[in-house]
Design a protein around this ligand. Sequence first.
Ligand SMILES: [Zn+2]
Length: 192
Amino acid sequence: MDEAAFMAVKYGIQSGHAILYDQQTKVQWSKYVWERCNIPKHRYILWLTLHQKLKTRDYLNKHCQVVDKMCLLCGNHTEEISHLFFQCDYSRLCLVKLKEWIGCRAQTGNYHTLLRWISKAKHLTKLRRSFYIAAVSALVYHIWRVRNDVLWSSKIWHVNHTMEVIKRELKLRLTVMYKGKQNRDKEWYQKL
Ligand SMILES: [Zn+2]
């Protein structure tokens, strides 16, 4: 909220809380996007997702264009951000596989709650939290990529193929991030 808007609001406990909450949320979202382990090309799609700006079919219908609203990955639900990440059958299965692979115990299947859970997981090292956020970011990017392939090429990648691509990119990233470092995560990341 800018200064002019701030001055226009009559101050009270409720409005004060709303301002602080709004600022805190913005800080959190930017923290996820700029997390150091994130692969640079994944950052932009995560940013659009967190700001509800990703041009899903639901978004297009609300803002400018009338298109078929159904999800391109499952055909069973309106294509909106909360569905794509990760209520859709396709993306939910990818998330289950991703969590198994990295050893993430979070129960939630909602992208925003998941990111918040990771950022508050004090049992994890800082670097591992950063890597988990990078993993969610990679998944968001690749789900969107697979969805676009369905739209433009009418082909859908098998979940296993999508996961292989994600794992390959993340392993490479991890090698760079952990290079030369001795730490208590070493056993974990060497098994990935
Ligand atoms: Zn779907």
